[in-house]
Design a protein around this ligand. Sequence first.
Ligand code: FBP
Length: 488
Amino acid sequence: MILKLMNEFESDLMSYSPNPSISVDAQNNVVREALMHPHIFSKNGSLGEATPMTMGIVFSGGPAPGGHDVLCGILSHLRPNDRLIGFCNGPGGLLKGQYKEIFKQDMQLIEGLGGFDFLGTDRTKISTDDQFSRVQEVVKSLGIRVLIVVGGDDSNTNALFLSDVLYGMCNVIGVPKTIDGDLVMDPYLPITFGFHTATQHYASLVQQLFIDAVATRKYWHVVKLMGRAASHVTLEVANQVCPNACLLSEEILQKKWGFIEVVDYFSTVIIDRLAAGKPYGVIIFPEGIVDVVPELNAYVDGNVDPINHALASIGARPISLPEVSEDSHGNKNMSFLDTETIFIDAIYAYLNHQGSSDSSIQMLAHFFGYTGRSENPSSFDSLYSLLLGKTAYELALSNITGVIVGCEFSSKTVRPLGIPLLSMVTFDDQRQRYVIQKQLVSHTSTNFQLYLKNKASWVQQDIGFPRKEVFEIPNRVHLDYLNEELIE
Ligand code: FBP
């Protein structure tokens, strides 16, 4: 069935034309005016069968499983005189003109392999006039007619601005990637590549910890999961594994909780299980928690007083200032923060403080992050990335610019799309510029509602038999049927 869908998909693509219902401008046309370019994302007639095309491609931001399959999707479509130039080491490498030509035979090397290491990547933001001129020079000197940017929200913001700067010289097309799953636009872009594999990887690791904890009955595993502002990764893993305690950033924001409330929640679950004769269990939370717990946020920003004040109130030892770096888009590197250890120290102190300390409580800290980005793609991500690559190529042939590849799933069709990047940007008051906003976990989403409904029952739960199959995706973007088809 999936192959049938892919065949239909290929024939649909040839007749691709933008869907007027999604070719919407950002609110009040304001971005269009700011960009001063009325033709962005317009379709300018196809390039024509005979015109050879030189395409450039750059990986941007954090790696995600499926990037190499995007390359394969493009390579599989290249006509004899087309060329694919891969820029090395991300947008920074593009600015330096670092590149290598990618050939069809490279597919054998990279097909189905995780990570972004074939080309490399970085997080350079392209925003200054000098940088734009530099990209123009590089693109011109290599005769690149289409530049494909494989990235998340920040990288595709780059792509939008580049499409304006390069208008008439080179078309720009974005491909949606990120394990964080926060670059979505329902129903045209329901998922980024990489999310499925990474969550499958983390769910499997957390489940293994849980199995070990139940067998040995002596440890609490406190697990921080990768995922910056949005908690989609942790939500997905929670629904898969049913940990004894979990908090999402969006949930903490809604409850307006501070550090002590978070510690109180984790400690209460530990006490409740202890009362049931279970001095063990699993706690998970997203690394993005530092953004929403005020004391941790102040700590990241260099003010250690609020967190130390909170720790002192429960008799926990103070902590010293961390060095937290920031990328050129202004994102803090959260993976540097040892929140899992901070929470463990605070929980021990809190249990002591409450007089409920018990020497049988032993906690171990874990962080699951970078490995999920270089895991080999799941069958879904592999196929999806291939489709995204093929769509990017077809959009390139359609001579369209300023779009990101989308894909609408239904139980009967997989419909490839180009979504105007402009329709995804809003003005960010904090950063004082136009950006594609990260999509946080919606409180009304099926996944979040499922999580809320089941969470209380997870407190006393132990993983048992029959073992819950990781990884069925409950109600998520119609992937279930794809998985089923793949297994057939
Ligand atoms: P992208 O948004 O670029 O895909 O990266 C997401 C991510 O994997 C986050 O989950 C994580 O916080 C961050 O990258 C880590 O970045 P770095 O590689 O710079 O340490």
